[in-house]
Design a protein around this ligand. Sequence first.
Ligand code: NAD
Length: 513
Amino acid sequence: MTLANLGLSAEVSAILTRLGVPQAKLSGGTLAVRSPVNGEQLARLAEISAIETDKAIAAAHEAFLEWRLVPAPKRGELIRLLGEELRTAKADLGRLVSIEVGKILSEGLGEVQEMIDICDFAVGLSRQLYGLTIATERADHRMMETWHPLGVTGIISAFNFPVAVWSWNAALALVCGNSTVWKPSEKTPLTALATQAIFEKALARYVAEGGKAPANLSTLLIGGRDVGEVLVDHPRVPLVSATGSTAMGRAVGPRLAKRFARSILELGGNNAAIVCPTADLDLTLRGVAFAAMGTAGQRCTTLRRLFVHESVYDKLVPRLIQAYGSVTIGNPLQSSTLVGPLIDGGSYERMQKALAEAKAAGGKVSGGDRVLQNEAADAFYVRPAVVEMPAQTGPVKEETFAPILYVMKYSDFDEALTLNNDVPQGLSSSIFTNNMQEAETFVSARGSDCGIANVNIGPSGAEIGGAFGGEKETGGGRESGSDAWKAYMRRATNTVNYGKTLPLAQGVKFDVG
Ligand code: NAD
């Protein structure tokens, strides 16, 4: 079967029906959805207007007022059921992710597994929203902190993790007692419709079991940037978690700050790895190849800059170029494929522009050419590129969302560390070494300045147990594990006087009778 006649729209329609999305929603609208696998049109969806968005947010606020009264462990039960529904839907939803985004099937399924994992995490969390009890200086008093829900949590997501990003935010926001309003990428609305239908199945089971939940607890807004802007500016949305490019973050961050709303900004990454003289080169080769080529370079944590010590450069880099030349590129739904397509033609053009600039700056390019255009003229498959650069200049200092790995030689560890830190978009980073001093320095205060710093594992592929993100340019958004939940709640400090006197603030006398 060639790329041209995969029959993806019929398959998508069948998957969406099984997941509970009515057929009527898939046609007649203004938003055309295409698969990057072969350019086939999959659906035409209706987009929400600004007035309807405003009404939806007002309804989500009403939902919040009720949901915050449900005890947190009971809220956790809804998320437990969501995890069960996701397990049942995993094969369908994972395949839909692959069709809509073009990532290989194992990665599509892996993304759904992340959703399941964050549900498990959030269920436990629903019994652990701890505040401190604090020693007070006043006799017969108790001081403690209490965590309360915030309100409507706005979620704006990027195309490349079309469903996991929603779940990292929604699972936490919901157990914390918030309602959620989600504006997915306009490039991936079908997986969003499917996810919303799965959520509604979990909600129906929760209510059938006697659970109390308001209508409009989770709302989906299908539309473009303008719909995202309404969400960002809405006074009923105290927190917006926005995932996407730094350009989007630059537009969204100040708008939220203007009305004193909170933000979690998960933006682009220009991630690096350092390969030291003692590195295990077999392990490094595998780690680098996956981190740089996986998801066709379309992960926020994709490895884009590689600093290789001069003593191992000639042992590693030729093997890497060979691996790049032999990797299987093609239909992401076939199990033998390792690299699927770019999301669209715009992405392909940006990749070619970056390669031309790198060449002009003295870079030696291997790969990067377009393949399979004879099979699917409207799809954009490329051979991943390795570019040996004389220095960290030009496009090396920007995130190009495509599979380009810039490789540079270094001689001194401190120099490599400085180069690692010398870009604004530091999100994730790695070091490959068996030297304990180098490894520990890399993760220390004077080491990598990124939100994620790894040793002997590539920069991509985060686990939900840890707080994800932390791009230095934005002050670092944090989602998913660790204590990321605190961003979805507000802290109150409570002082209780169980004595018969009223001590005032230190040294203050204020007698009124
Ligand atoms: P994008 O910035 O083009 O769009 C992301 C989302 O923001 C979309 O839903 C879009 O409609 C919305 N949006 C854009 N401008 C907006 C505005 N002014 N107001 C409100 N909403 C707006 O990003 P993309 O191309 O979909 O995704 C790729 C980018 O996302 C890459 O830079 C990648 O590194 C980043 N990303 C980051 C993370 C992370 O966790 N740090 C995860 C995934 C992707």
